[in-house]
Design a protein around this ligand. Structure first.
Ligand code: FAD
Length: 305
């Protein structure tokens, strides 16, 4: 059977991929999007985006849904639940491989985002879904009046700790350095939240319990001493790993797997662009994702027409 052919295939239906597809379709490109799970990506479970996007819904799910609806009206062909497993350059563009199916496109945008980095400590996997969680907005209400531990020092960790402080008795905010690296406005808000207790210069070394989480083992790096900190919930936000494994070896990446691009988001392979959290040097917010999507779609449309 002949492969379905598009002007543009966008891999990933996070906010970057969805918006790029929308803007490309508005510029007349026959466009398809592929998503290995459901649309929305990392923002799907963020109820209140901070900063709130301008002139758009403030909940992640609503923002993504609004773009999905616009894409449907523009005849963007969405392939949910279809993981792209490989990419092959051809004389006229690319074969995009999704399991047993192959599609063809003149241009491809990698918008496959990133996934949470695991702590990699004993107990983390064993208690996943039984006390080890990745979503403050979804699971926070289950920890009403409980003690939880949030790990990390960046924007996501502090933002999620602030969400959990609405529900929990105590939120221990553990960071391995002496100071949080999140934006000042998040750090400043900690002072007004008596339920959040900062624990700096410390590392979680294990998650312990029997049927559910009962404590974490904490290393105080300044004193080189360990202790058990009782808690029933553990939320780790210790960075992201780019979802770039499906790309061929000739696509240049940094040491973390982030795809290297030029200023217009073109990769080392002609015809292939990368935007959003899969990209090396990505700014990290929804506003950055939307901006990169806009600029890449403009560059591609200029080539295509
Ligand atoms: C906890 C947390 C809270 C945040 N809160 C905010 C906030 O309040 N405000 C803000 O501006 N930013 C926030 N961010 C950052 C924001 O979520 C990201 O910058 C943005 O969502 C990145 O979008 P993306 O489309 O590049 O990637 P992603 O959201 O990661 O989307 C990529 C999509 O590609 C799919 N995919 C991956 N591989 C494949 C494949 N091989 N085939 C098909 N599909 C694939 C994934 O399933 C995913 O749906 C937060 C991030 C986190 C982790």
């Amino acid at each position: 059977m002949e492969a379905q052919t598009f002007d543009l295939i966008v891999v990933g239906e996070g906010v970057a991929g969805l918006h790029c597809a929308r803007r490309a379709a508005e510029r007349g490109l026959r466009t398809a999007t592929f998503e290995r799970a459901v649309f929305g990506g990392l923002i799907l479970n963020v109820n209140e985006l901070d900063p709130p996007p301008a002139n758009a819904p403030h909940s992640g799910a609503e923002l993504a849904s609004a773009i999905v609806e616009a894409n449907a009206e523009l005849d963007v062909e969405s392939h949910p639940d279809e993981t792209v497993t490989g990419l092959r350059a051809t004389a006229s563009g690319f074969d995009v491989i999704a399991g047993d199916s192959t599609y063809h496109a003149r241009y491809v945008v990698a918008a496959s985002g990133a996934r949470r980095r695991m702590l990699g400590v004993p107990g983390e996997e064993a208690f996943a879904g039984r006390g080890v969680s990745q979503c403050a907005d979804c699971d926070g209400p289950m920890y009403g009046n409980a003690d939880v531990v949030v790990i990390g020092g960046g924007d996501s960790a502090l933002q999620e700790a602030l969400v959990l402080a609405r529900y929990c008795k105590t939120v221990h905010l553990v960071h391995r350095r002496g100071k949080y690296r999140a934006q000042g406005r998040f750090v400043d808000r900690l002072a007004g939240e008596p339920r959040i207790r900062p624990i700096l210069d410390s590392e979680v070394r294990a998650v312990v319990g029997e049927t559910g989480v009962a404590a974490v083992t904490l290393l105080d790096r300044s004193r080189d001493a360990t202790r058990e900190l009782p808690c029933t919930g553990v939320f780790a936000y210790v960075g992201l790993v780019p979802n770039s494994e499906w790309l061929p070896a000739e696509v240049r990446r940094d040491n973390e797997g982030g795809v290297v691009t030029d200023g217009s988001f073109a990769t080392s392979v002609p015809g292939l662009w990368a935007i959003g959290a899969v990209r090396s040097g990505y700014g990290g917010t929804v506003a950055h994702a939307l901006d990169e999507a806009e600029r890449a779609s403009l560059a591609i449309a200029a080539l295509a027409t």
